[in-house]
Design a protein around this ligand. Sequence first.
Ligand code: 28F
Length: 650
Amino acid sequence: MVLQPDLERTARSGDPGLYDESAIQILEGLEPVRMRPGMFIGSTGPSGLHHLVWEVVDNAVDEAMQGYCQNITVSLLEDGGCRVSDDGRGIPVGPHPQYPDKSTAEIVLTVLHAGGKFGGGGYKVSGGLHGVGVSVVNALSRRLVLQVCRDGKQYEMEFRDGGVPVAPLKQVGTTAKGSTGTTVTFWPDPGIFEEGTEFRPQTIEERLQVMAFLNRGLAIQFTDERSEREERLFRYSGGIADFVRHLNSAKEALFKKVGEFSASEASQEVEVAFQWNTGYHDGIHSFANGIATTEGGMHEEGFKKALTVAVKGYARQRNLLKEKDELQGEDIREGLTAIVSVRLENPQFEGQTKTKLGNLSIRSLVERTTNEKLVEWLEENPTEARQIVQKAMTAARARAAARQARDLTRRKSVLEGAGMPDKLADCSSRNARESELFIVEGDSAGGSAIRARNPETQAILPIRGKILNVERARIDRMLKSIEIQALIGAIGAGLGDDFDIAKVRYGKIIILADADVDGSHIRTLLLTFLFRQMKELVEMGYVFVAQPPLYSTLVGKEKVYLKDDLAKASFLSERPNHSHPFNRLKGLGEMDFDELGATTMDRAKRTLLQISVEQAALADEATSVLMGEDVDLRKQFIQNNAKDVRFLDI
Ligand code: 28F
């Protein structure tokens, strides 16, 4: 027995004697939600606020997943409300089987968990913070208006102050021929959401886009009526294959095709789409009933296991692997973008943030399906299959080389402890704080630097021109370079995961290279290497770039050096009738050693640029993005970015 609205109101007013215990049970149905909202939406901060939107949208998407709805619109209203509308069947308006004097619609909106999950079939999201039902949205809204179009009629019902009906559901009109659907408009209760009730359009847009990818063909339109933000329509006839294309659009695909397969069995469904890119990161994204399972789970494990077995099996069968090649899962997944989307009736969300799928049964479905369908795909696409295997083998060799290099540095080999690289002109001080290592481009400049230096605190490591012109700057290629090995040895703190900043032998690592394009190339590659293999060195501000003067000119008999255009301009402003020409210094070699010392190495006179992580990251991007032969483009990139580097007068 459910309270009549007036009784409900009386009960709420606390007037004794006017309500019986069953009324209390129903009335209090939504009370706990207002008492402890975090239990139902996670928090009352922005993420909890947006859960209200997800809950309403999920109900519309459920109607779509069952095949009854093709269009969903989501609008943010000027007055802070949110409207979600679908063209599904419309929530039933007849009397509810359990509460005969109430419409089904009212029960769905006012009784916890009265949504389509029980008996409504389909893949309602359950468990965790999802699928708590639209009644939770009602409970946490100061106002909610429900509109239903069904059977040629238009119905409406309004709720206030956390779900209290203003009046029973009533017909307010008739509908255009055959149009049906449900619209829910709600205004979150500021009393609940103390951090504000302002929706964030980007957050909503991103989630709607993912829902459209996961529900092939479903059109989801987003409008933010509060701003000029243009309306967005998400509809992907390619479904998760379009999702993979979207994720890879910012990368270089290894091949054009996007592979996909799916299967369903005993009310469980799996859909997979995949494509490799030339990068090194594995981008597997898994979903359960449209919820992103960021902590992975049984479906992802099944996929990964079968992926490894399928690709290794294919490679062995076609003799693509040499005996010594030992492919591991991580090698195969390098550069992989994949979507694993499953649907099941009672998903169990586990883990720290309730985003790990715990249902054991789904693992075997995904594993069997992937094993069978992926092998088929590899056999039907031999060219792509060969590229996948090739890439995995290269990754496996790089992994082996990196491990060998780490072992090398661990075993106190030539790189560390057991004698410094012979190219290093070390300094006599053993106090890292006062010691500096100059990495100097070219043997001639190296020679000058050795003569110009302060032998007590300044060490010089000359390196030849192109230390490594690696296409992908992959670790194994770098380590083959003697120069890089000498650099690792000189710094003395290992590399990669084993890098130990406490062992660094110098307080400053200073890159000294020409101001020309080659110089900037070598600077970029060195910064890339340090950024990738000794990131903490960059983060802790050990890395600097020396600033040899750009110009020289004569004042009387004396040669004067000017650091850069700024220095040249201020020189000219002090000497307006200076007539001598300015010589643009191309290389370190144009200065003899004491000039190099005086202008670039002497602490009292030099200017060093301290490299921040952002600059090193830019260099890293330059290396991977600008490895082509387009010198001007590279030069442009360096000049654009160099000007952002902070200038420090050390
Ligand atoms: C704007 C948000 O909530 N759409 C919804 C339906 C359709 C049905 C339904 C919903 C059935 C028995 C609970 C219609 N006809 N959009 C939405 N569309 N709920 S919510 O049924 C509710 C369940 O009790 C529906 C036939 N069966 C189901």
